[in-house]
Design a protein around this ligand. Structure first.
Ligand code: PBG
Length: 321
């Protein structure tokens, strides 16, 4: 008689038949860099996460290296914001300086530096593109995104990750990178990015909440599954090397859909609100943090993700040892 419990009798048996695994090499750790000096400022809504000025970055990078995590995703918080988000493509912008710092240090140089490409942290209105009469402009924003991506590559970024959700940005960024000789810099596109309440804590961390309205005219409607495939398809046709599905937990079906349809590495973005919920419940003793986080991580793998972008990355790496 068939008894599925036979393969669950012991840890060794369960280990042997386990179908999916979480690996440290596939973790990507987001890091917030802030213009200024001697800053290590905890993000209240994200326990354990801080904003760092470049001079204090080594504390965090040492933890990354020690944990064995191989990739960081950089977000910048500039000292000044303006209408056109010029801090994003300033040669001496905060992310550009942080990248140069990392690549100049022998002990950090091996880290894969992924630079998030977006204007929202740099615009006074907090939107991901240029704004005119209350409208978020698409085509006018594209050259600025391309300029930002090129300046990150010039500073030494290994990968650029556009998160703005303007149409055609991947193609425009690819062309610009190639035109500047960065033909080997891959694009990790936030392809299926939904307009989500789960980004709340991130907007505290990155000071990027929109000053008016919301992001629903450019980020996707959470109800749409089929449309996500069109976003992914477009980005792949425009030259994306990897795609991101975001948020992660509430959108695991989207990861599965992409995995079934396309032969491209997929990153699951376990976003800020998902992190904060787990941290809050764990701090109250309502859930076991390690078990809950590892269950979420293997859930991403089971859904079909290759990489996992997560604020839990250093803890996960520690638990995997
Ligand atoms: C920038 C960006 C956001 C996130 C990543 N890049 C915020 C947003 O779209 O409002 C969210 C990440 C997170 O919540 O962890 N556009």
């Amino acid at each position: 008689m068939d008894r599925l419990r036979r393969l669950r009798v012991s840890p060794a048996m369960r280990d042997m038949v386990r179908e999916n695994h979480v690996r440290t090499e596939e973790l990507i750790y987001p890091v917030f860099v802030m213009e200024g000096q001697d800053i290590c400022s905890p993000v209240k809504s994200m326990p354990g996460i801080c904003q760092y000025s470049p001079d204090r970055l080594p504390e965090e990078l040492d933890r990354v290296v020690k944990a064995g995590v191989g990739a960081v995703l950089l977000f910048g918080i500039p000292a000044h914001k303006d209408e056109t988000g010029s801090g994003a493509y300033d040669e001496h912008g905060i992310v550009q300086e942080a990248i140069r710092f990392i690549k100049a240090e022998e002990k950090y140089r091996h880290l894969l530096v992924i630079a998030d490409v977006c204007l929202c942290e740099y615009t006074s209105h907090g939107h991901c593109g240029l704004v005119k009469d209350g409208e978020i402009l698409n085509d006018e924003t594209l050259p600025l995104l391309a300029r930002t991506a090129v300046s990150y590559a010039a500073a030494g970024a290994d990968i650029v990750a556009p998160s703005d959700m303007m149409d055609r940005r991947v193609g425009v960024i690819r062309e610009a990178l190639d035109a500047h000789g960065f033909t080997n810099i891959p694009i990790m596109a936030y392809s299926a990015k939904f307009a989500s309440a789960f980004y709340g804590p991130f907007r505290d961390a990155a000071h990027s909440a929109p000053g008016f309205g919301d992001r629903r005219t450019y980020q996707m409607d959470p109800a749409n599954r089929r449309e996500a495939m069109r976003e992914v398809e477009e980005d792949i046709l425009e030259g994306a090397d990897m795609v991101i599905a975001k948020p992660g937990i509430a959108y695991m079906d989207i990861i599965r859909d992409i995995a079934e349809k396309y032969n491209i590495p997929i990153a699951a973005y376990n976003v800020s609100g998902e992190y904060s919920m787990v941290k809050a419940a764990a701090a109250n003793g309502w859930i076991d943090e390690k078990k809950t986080v590892m269950e979420i991580m293997v859930g991403f793998k089971r859904a079909g993700a290759k990489m996992i972008i997560t604020y839990h990355a250093l803890d996960v790496a520690g638990w995997l040892r």
